[in-house]
Design a protein. Sequence first.
Length: 578
Amino acid sequence: MLKCWDSICTPKSIGGLGFKRSFDMNLSLFAKLAWMIASDQNLFWVKLLKSKYLRGKSFISNDIIACNSSWIWSDICQCRELIREGAIYPVSSLSTISIWAEPWIPSIPRFTPSFSNINPNTLSVSLVRDLIDFSSCSWKLQSLTATFSPSLVLEILKIQISPSDSPKSLVWSPSLSGNFSTKSFYHHSQRARFSNHAPTDWNQIWNFKLHNRHKLLLWRILHNILPNKAKLGDLFPILDPCCFLCNNNVESLDHLFITCPVTQQIWFASFWNFNISTFAHMSISQWIYFIFYKNNKLFDSAAKNHEFILFNVLLFDNVWKYRNSLAHGGSPVAIHVLVKSISRQAELHWLSIVQTLHYRSSTNPWTPPPAGWLKINVDAAYNLDLAHSGCILKNEHGSVCMASVNLHNCLDALTAECLVILEACNFLHANNIKNVIIESDSLNAISYINGSSRNSFWKASPVVEKIKRAWNVWPSWVFKFSPRSSNGAAHALAKWASCNSFVGLIPLSSIPISVFCDKGFPISNKKQRSMIYITHEDHHTKTMEAVSNTLKKGSITMGERLTANFRRIDELLGSAAI
């Protein structure tokens, strides 16, 4: 096959075939046993091994000596270091996690603070719960700054605290759900080997609507492992290196599929009437990359792009078959016969898959809420552990009632999406808004909140718990998924906030144009933007008081309340200009 076994035993997404080496899989299966011991599962054999070898010590935190032990315990201990790299305790408000001995900070090596990052005078603080303010379920900033270095404080502030008082339990951090599996351990243990590959988007090829045999042909072409004369000539002498099709040039894959006169005639005589000699400067790998990733400019529809790629692959397949036929003494075939055969195959393949293709519709416009309801759209722009959030509240007529942006420290994009939903819930709760639809373009976040997701997400779980607690107070709230095309206002608002470093409620007269039409620039210039900048700390309290007071006045409608409310907000923000 002209390809080493180790390179084939890599995921298909990085150019392998998804096979697994026996030793690596055996280690992953032993790691499953090691995880059962580390997570203290209530199993008889776990209790037996712990009483014999651990004797009250922690499998994760303490050094374990495996000499003079059974072979199974020795093999389990081989996985211990890799288990320690991925095991972590989620933080809850009543957590009994040891600050110095147990893993709890996801974004630092080994998840445990080192003594080089702490103040020696604060070693009396031993448990994580000593750093938590129970009333607000948040970190005690003063205790953190007195105990840890500034850089470590920033990492701790990214951790979301669960409001529940559940007992501490290990989660497997490489898995999004936190659940341990041999598959996730295998990828974690092989991450160094898997990272040494070129960042080619192989998923584009594997997910394409093609027969698996044709996908494998593309894989062999891209790895240059088809047994052509040029490749075989690198291994042993070849008496005649010329191409079987034209007998003029050395037979390489570049020649066979691009520059060979026979291939060029097939292209030109086909339905596409394509002059591929224009691309003779490309290698076959560059050509495949071009047709899969860069051909959007060739045709005006996704269907034509798909059909063009399909014809390419079938041409490769038939040219290679024809070459092998000639190599084994077959008779030459006329060009028009080859063209007819390839075209017929392309037509049959296209008819078999065209019914299963679903191309994205151009637009899904935003829809207003029912009469008497409001709708708040939210989104987050996440980058490098920072998330800029955007919330925009509209009434049944589509009029903007409120727009705000904020900044969050978090560990991943899903947590950022959940934080902006929580931010919207806090605003709605503070203003006693009952009938409202909360829309986000994060399907995972909405499914997790609604309980319709089969997966859990341990990093975002504390935020979702807080959202559900607010939802219990206001059961009429509706959490709904919205595609990006109909959530463009919140998306543009979050993107604008990340570019302009703005935090707080935005005056309605200064909302960026991009929020409404997804293009253009904010109404105000840079100098004006600096004039309307307000800080969340200085003015949020006064603004929220104005909101509450307005909503409590009289028996006016919700629309009238919000209109009067945000006129008052504009007045406050205008007077706060600096």
